[in-house]
Structure formats: C-alpha cells, structure tokens
Design a protein around this ligand. Sequence first.
Ligand SMILES: Cc1ncc(COP(=O)(O)O)c(C=O)c1O
Ligand SMILES: N[C@@H](CCCC[NH3+])C(=O)O
Length: 459
Amino acid sequence: MNACPEPHERPDLWPTTTRRGADGVLQIGAVPLSWDRLGIEPGPVVIADSAAIAGRAAVWQMAMDEAFWDGYGMNGARVYYAGKALLCAALVKELTAIGLGIDTASLGELTLALRAGANPAGVGLHGNAKTDAELELAVSAGIGRIIIDSLPEIDRIAAIARAHNTSAPLMVRVTTGVHAGGHDFIATAHEDQKFGLSLATGVARAAAEKIAATPGVHLIGLHSHIGSQIMDLAGFEVAARALLTLRRDLIAAGISVDEVDLGGGYGVAYTGVDAPGPSQKLVADTLAAVVRTACAELDTPVPVVSIEPGRSIIAPTCVSLYPVIATKDVTTESGQIRRYIAVDGGMSDNIRPVLYNASYSATLANRLPGGATVSSRIVGKHCESGDILIPDAELPSDITPGDIIAIPVTGAYGRAMASNYNMALRPGVLALADGAASWWLRPETLADLFALDTQLSET
Ligand SMILES: Cc1ncc(COP(=O)(O)O)c(C=O)c1O
Ligand SMILES: N[C@@H](CCCC[NH3+])C(=O)O
C-alpha cells in the first residue's frame, strides 16, 4: 500500500512551510488547510507555497552561479523557468524578481510572460510547430532567444525579422540521441520523435550553418532537452558532450556559438517510495564539471550555460486539496475489500496518473491520519472508470465525506494540463504565505465556462 509520508518524514515531498498544527490540521504558510480557514468553498484547489517557490528558484540560480563561477567573473549561467509546468502572472513576477528567465512554448505562454512584465531579453520561445503569430510576437517583442526546431522555420523567422529591421537571436534544438525520462511520452532526444534536429544525420549542423548564412537571424547557441522526470544525470552528461562537440566543429568552421542550453527534465520524488530527485547543487556541479572537462578536451572556451527546469522548481511547492464526496467498499476478484474514495476533481485537474501512470500519495489535510488504515483507491468524478488519481492509497478506515484529501507534489503539469472534461471547472491556484491566502489563479466559474457558448454567453 502507498502511504503518504508526513512533512517531517519526507520534507522533499512537501512545500517547505508545511506543518501539522497541534489540532492535527495540515498548514502551509501558517494557514490551516481547512475550507473555512482558507476562506474558500469546498472543491478541488491547488495550494501554492510562495515562499517555497521563491526558495527553490533562488537555490537553482545560486547553485548555477556558484558552479559556473570561473574565478574571475560570472560566466553567465542562466536559469529559465519552463512555464509549461505552471504559468500565471504572479509566478512570472516572483521568478523574474529572483533573476530567472521564462521559457515559453506557445502564443499563450509567451503573451502571458510578456504581459506579466518579464524582460523580453530573458524570455525564450520553443515549439516544433510555431505559428506565424507566435513568431511575429517573439520577433516584435525582441525576446532573447527563439529555439528553432525545423529548417523552414529559419527563413520564416528571417523574413519577419527583416520586416522589423532587426535580426532574431536563434538557438538550434539538437537531437542528441540520448533516451531519458520517466515515460516514453516525455523522453525527447531519441531519434524517432517529433522534437529537434538530428546531430547524427547532420541536420543540426546544417541548421546552424544556414542561420549563420541568413540575413535577419543570428546563431546564439545550441540547445538540448533530453526528456522529463529524469533522476539519473548520466544522460545530461552524454548530451552535453555531444552538443559541445558540435559546437567545436562549428567554431572550427568560423561560426561562433556563445551559449549552450542543456534543457530541463530534472526529476523529483512523488511518493515515499521514490528517492529524492537530484538536488540543484548536484545538477549544477555535474553540468559544470562535464562542460569544463569537455571544453578543455575540445580546446574550446567554456560557453554560457543555461538550463530550463520546470517540474523541479514548481512540483514540490504545491499541494492539491480535494473534498471527499463519497466512499464505497468493493470486493476485488481476489476477495479483498477495496475502499473507493470519490473526490470532487480527478483526471480534469490531474491527467498525469492516466496519461503516464504517474504515482502520487495522499493523506488527510483536516485531521491526523491516525488509527487503522485500509487500502483505498482515490477516484475522480469523471465518466471514465480509468479516472483514478491513486490506485492504492493507505488511508484511515474511518474516512468520510467532509474529510479533505491532500495530495502533495502537484505543482507541475497538473493545473497546466487541466481540462474541462464533463464541463468540470478548472481549479484555482491559491498562494499561501505568512498566514494569508491570495488567488494566483481564481477557480473557474460556470460563467467562464459558458462564455464561449454563443447561445448561452449573452443570457
Ligand atoms: C524544451 C523543454 N524545456 C524544458 C522543459 C521542462 O521540463 P521539466 O519540467 O521536466 O524540467 C520541457 C519539458 O519537458 C521542454 O520540452
Ligand atoms: N507533461 C509531462 C512532461 C512533459 C514536459 C514537457 N515537455 C509530465 O507531466 O510529466
């Protein structure tokens, strides 16, 4: 059975300010996690610990700065937050104030980052199918880097840039052949998938040469992103060497490459069974060591090194709360009793268990999860029997409607991948700090939902 460690048992699974109060109620940012103390109606909600977010982001930035400090001056290690994990204006403000850049991958993400006040120079745009609208905004706003993912894109960007009398800074996303990541759908650097330009076939090099030869664009760097939820850093080392070798060849051909981006993908623990993910310091030190060694061997100067963590910044800083709506006991084929705990929410606010078989653990937020326990299956409210959040949670046998389930490590790719299936309302993100709560994203309402329906929105 999958038991959820308490915050003091596995601090890496919980936002830093999580405690159990003397009354047994979980609290974050000194706010008890009960509906009335949060000041909200019962319903699915994502609780964000803003101090924990600022702390994790700052530790990433400091670890990179320190690891890439060359003794004379800052080498320019940069951390871009991958906004796809969770994005809202408050988060952009919080992270850019600490010095992070923002990595975006769509018109929505890019527009949000710019409207939230991110310095365009610290914003990047990814995408394997960038639209004209995305490229137009990227170039006209003067963002710091567009990471190209196909050859035709180069001419499209160059034409837009020339129309704006400017030159667009490009990176080439290189497929290094490294296969890494928690699930096949989230591994991104093996050959047979849609992202990047192949190192092996020479297309990546051809892209760099084409950029260098095309007026309206210029090459600022090479990029690699090998996958997501990666716990073992060996794949990053292989990818970094491959990228740095291509860089050496380009430099030898007279094409300068100032920056190398090693992408995101740094894994985190989701349950008590998982070992903690690699620390920010371990990642930064490992990357710095491999970059320095490889550059010495290749006889090239050390480049500016950037990374794009998403999950590793945001995942453990948020906890999802769900009201228990119904319970029922079911006898399994092997004759065992399984308790089904149905919550308000489910696959519409966290698709990861269904999509990737991702594991989570759950505890009670509103009281101590003491006493006898029973094997419980936490299910959502959607019209799919596969709508299972946790198949095997160990939870108190006296759990009842009115209890509040807390699932930690839900900051990344939960709210960001939420849907309106069954016309569910997507949950809000409520930030807690210093005893106060404020909505970063308010919960959706029926009015939001119906606003798109031309027959209903006017009534
Ligand atoms: C290009 C790129 N950069 C960064 C990320 C962030 O990954 P993660 O959230 O695993 O750190 C992703 C997602 O996998 C990505 O596709
Ligand atoms: N959405 C995925 C990761 C993919 C990241 C984007 N390239 C997850 O939840 O794990």
